[in-house]
Design a binder for this molecule. Sequence first.
Ligand code: LLP
Length: 418
Amino acid sequence: MPTFVYQSFTHTDTGLVCDGVSLESIVERVDTPVYVYSARAIRDAYGAIDDAFAAHPHRIHYALKANSTLAIVRLLRSIGSAFDANSGGEIAVALCAGCTPADIVFTGVGKTRAELERAIAIGVGAINAESGGELDRIAALAAAQGREARVALRVNPDIDAGSHPNISTGLKINKFGVSLEDARTIYRERRGRAGLRFVGVHVHIGSQITTIDPLQRAARALATLALELRDDGIALEHVDVGGGLGIAYEGRPIISAADYAGAVIPEVRRTGLPLLLEPGRAVVGHAGALVARVVDTKRYPDGRRFAVLDAGMGELIRPALYGSYHQIAPVRPRPSPPAPWDIVGPICESSDVFARDRVLPPLEVDDLVAILDTGAYGSVMASNYNRHLLPAEVLVDDGQWTLIRRRQTIDDVLALEL
Ligand code: LLP
C-alpha cells in the first residue's frame, strides 16, 4: 500500500509555499539559510502512525534525536507523544517541553554516570540498557539512591536493516545492544537485583528502513525473547521495537505506517504486552525544508554547472555523510528548459555537495531553493564548521509562521571562548 504523505510544500503562483505561507515572505524577514517546518505535516504523520497501531495497546515515544527543537517537541507533546531521549540534553529538552519523566525512555550506547544518576533520580519510564555492565552500574547507582530503576535491555538480533551501513545498528558487527543468546542470561542473572526492575525488552535495528521484512523479524525476535523471559518468571510491562520506519525521499512509495503495523502487531500480540514505538524520521522528516540562497553559479568548459548555496554540510550533513538524496526545489522556478546542476555548499570540502547532475530549471545568484524532506536529522546535526552560524528555524501553523529558533550570532559562538 503506498504511503499517504501530506504535501506541505507546494508550488503556487507566488512560488513555493508551506501550507499556504510563501517561503519568500519568510525569507524576507529571517533571511537564509532557514529551516521551515509544517506543524500540520508533523501532526498528520504522528496521527498516521498512531492510527495504524490502533488495534494494539501502544505508546509513541518520538525519537528526539531526529529533531529536538523545543517548539517541535512541545507540539508533539501537545498531541500526546511520549519521548525517546538519547542523552541528558534530550531529557532536559523533553522536560522543558512539559514531558513527565515517566513518559521518557532513555536509550543510548554511551550513557555517562552523571546521565544515569539523573535519569534514575527523576524516575524515567525506562532506561534501555546496552550491556550487562551498564545494568550493573544502573543497579549500583539506583541502590545508592535508595531507588529502583526501571530498565529494559537492548538486544541486537543480527538482522540486516538494509539501509545505509552508517545507520544500520542491528548487526553483530555493530556496537549496539547484546546478542539474543546473551540477553536471556543477562536478565536471569540480574533478576531480583536490588535497584533494578525489568520492565521491557528493546530493539532498534537501524534507520530509513524501507522494507517490511527486517522490521518484522526484529519484532518477532523480541517477542520470542519476551515470552522466554515470561517462562523464566520475569514479568515485563512492554515490548519496545525502536524506530526505523523510512520515508520516501525520492517520491517513490515505500512501506506505510499501516504496512509496518500490520507486520509488527501480530508478532507482539503473542506476548500480550503493550508496544512502545520510537519513530523519529517518519514523524518529522517530510515536515521540514531547508531554504537557502544561491550565492554563485559557474559553468566549466566541459559543460558542468554549479550552483553554490549559502547552506552546506554545516546546515545539512546527510548528503555528505550518507550520500543521501533530497529533492531540491527552486522557490520560483524559471520557465526556461531544465539542465543538470551540481548543487553545492560553501564549505571547503569536496564532500559538501547536496546533489550532482540534478536536472533543474536555470538558477541565478540570489535565487532561493528549498531542500526538501529535511525535518529529520537536519538542524539537529548542524555544526559551526567554517564558523558558519546555526540557521534560523520557523514553524508554520494554521496559515501563520513563527520564528522558533533565532539564527545564531557570532557573539553567541564566541561567548563560549575565554
Ligand atoms: N530509537 C533509537 C534507539 C535510535 O537510535 C533511533 C535512531 C531511533 C529510535 C529513531 O529512528 P528513526 O525512526 O528516525 O529511523 N542521522 C541519520 C539517522 C540516525 C538514526 C539514529 N538512531 C540520518 O540522517 O539518516
